[in-house]
Design a binder for this molecule. Structure first.
Ligand code: BGC
Length: 464
């Protein structure tokens, strides 16, 4: 590696690494400007790394009511939930089932994946004794880039986060789910809405807090959404009479970024080379892999561990962000990886690598949030609540502080107008709110739902 090859000592290497993983305020301002250019182009339907996808919903008013099911497919787990919307901003989960997705299902056939999802709904329906004589409306949170065609229809643009089920890219995913439900004899389940997890997260938080105008996911993957004025959504002129529509930015694919040699290596060896460049610098799926690549380089240069230790770090993606979170705590990181004896220098070096990789991630997220808020409100005269879900935000030591520091460097005292709120598991509840909002919206989205029978009373779900 070019950057590293000149180094002769450990300290020199680590100092160089700090430079490679830094994001100075000047570089962050370039990221913000890059975002604004790509947002403008994406909204206009021009070539852009930000797809700016319409969601067909606006934010809720807080008075939506009803009972809905939600199917939440995001990372390595699927959840089926029953959600009760009680109005006055109150929503509750009345039942939840969780299922782990086997790796062979994630990367097998599309039919296999959707049969698996229908199976999860079938198990939930049996476990919670859903009445098969009435219809149950289900909102589908599908956390991948989707070209949404209507509130309950959208085509998968490309898989992310290690998914690769065959024959799904380019296909309409609600149709695939409905077909799988039919194959399973689950005709009492009606899919009435399709949503990205960021949109669900924003909906869930803004149901109770009208100042909430951004949804962000910082977990296995990363992404954000915000309400856009319909007149600025130039690529979708038929947005209807509503004044705003939530836009799923797919910011994980943003690519006007200062990348280093490790970023390039990771990207080239990934399943989706050239895509999701911000995600590969920021999200939980990739941070450990960056650390692993740095450690391997240091072993090769004779700066850390022994050449014979290389096999411990040989398996791609074996080092996770959960491991990284342990790095500042003595030898816990090494024990979690099954490494028995380490020196203080090794522990200090690994802790420093993790700190550099995680700090850059947090600062990049801070700059990205600053870009979106400044787009919505350039003088920053209003308060903004950013609803955030995901383990990096919730659990990674120092991550939130890193994000806040970046905001303060970019926006100075105006950064105080931006509040973060953890919207835990909001994506499922939010999907139910989307179904309820869509039913009340005039125009294509509402009509589509009404045609599917939303005029009838929704099934209620008791606590249990
Ligand atoms: C997907 C997004 C999703 C994000 C967070 C990304 O890989 O492309 O659609 O919102 O992960 O789950």
């Amino acid at each position: 590696m070019r950057e590293a090859s000149l180094c002769t000592s450990l300290e020199e290497f680590l100092a160089g690494l700090a430079g490679e993983f830094s994001l100075s305020p000047a570089a962050a301002r370039e990221v913000v400007a890059g975002f604004h250019g790509e947002m403008e182009r994406g909204l206009g339907g021009e070539k852009s790394s930000l797809k700016m996808l319409p969601s067909f919903v606006r934010r809720p008013r807080g008075d939506e009511r009803g009972g809905f099911l939600a199917l939440d497919l995001g990372g390595t787990k699927v959840r089926v939930l029953a959600v009760s919307l009680e109005g006055e901003g109150r929503a509750s989960l009345s039942a939840v089932s969780r299922f782990a997705i086997p790796r062979e299902i994630m990367t097998g056939t599309g039919e296999g994946l959707f049969d698996f999802l229908a199976g999860c709904i079938g198990d939930f329906s049996a476990a919670h004794r859903l009445d098969r004589r009435r219809h149950h409306e289900l909102a589908f949170t599908f956390s991948f880039p989707v070209e949404q065609l209507a509130i309950a229809a959208g085509r998968l643009i490309a898989w992310t986060k290690g998914f690769a089920a065959g024959g799904v890219e380019g296909r309409e995913v609600v149709g695939l789910l409905r077909a799988a439900l039919r194959r399973r004899g689950l005709e009492h389940i009606h899919v009435v809405a399709l949503a990205n997890d960021t949109v669900g997260t924003l909906m869930a938080a803004s149901y109770a807090d009208p100042a909430c105008d951004m949804g962000v996911i910082l977990g296995t993957g990363t992404n954000a959404c915000y309400p856009e004025k319909t007149e600025r959504l130039r690529k979708y002129p038929a947005a209807g009479p509503e004044r705003e529509m939530i836009v799923n930015m797919e910011w994980g694919n943003f690519d006007l970024l200062p990348v280093n040699a490790y970023d390039r290596m990771l990207d080239q060896a990934s399943l989706n080379a050239g895509r999701q460049r911000l995600e590969k610098m920021v999200s939980g799926m990739y941070l450990g892999e960056l650390v692993r690549l740095v450690i391997l380089e240091m072993i090769s240069q004779g700066l850390l561990f022994q050449e014979t230790d290389k096999p411990l770090f040989a398996v791609p993606y074996s080092l996770t962000s959960e491991h990284m979170a342990l790095a500042s705590g003595g030898d816990e990181f090494f024990r979690a990886l099954g490494i028995a004896a380490t020196t203080p220098t090794e522990r200090r070096s690994v802790a420093e690598i993790c700190r550099l990789v995680a700090t850059r991630a947090a600062r990049l997220v801070g700059a990205s949030i600053a870009a979106v808020v400044a787009w919505m409100d350039p003088p920053l005269t209003s308060d903004h609540t950013v609803a955030i879900d995901g383990s990096l935000f919730e659990k990674y030591p120092g991550f939130q502080e890193g994000m806040r520091e970046m905001l303060a460097e970019l926006l100075e005292e105006r950064a105080e107008r931006i509040k973060f709120t953890l919207s835990k598991d909001g994506s499922g509840i939010g999907a139910a709110i989307i179904a309820a909002v869509a039913a009340s919206m005039p125009g294509a989205a509402g009509d589509l739902l009404r045609r599917q029978g939303k005029g009838r009373k929704a099934a209620g779900y008791g606590k249990g």
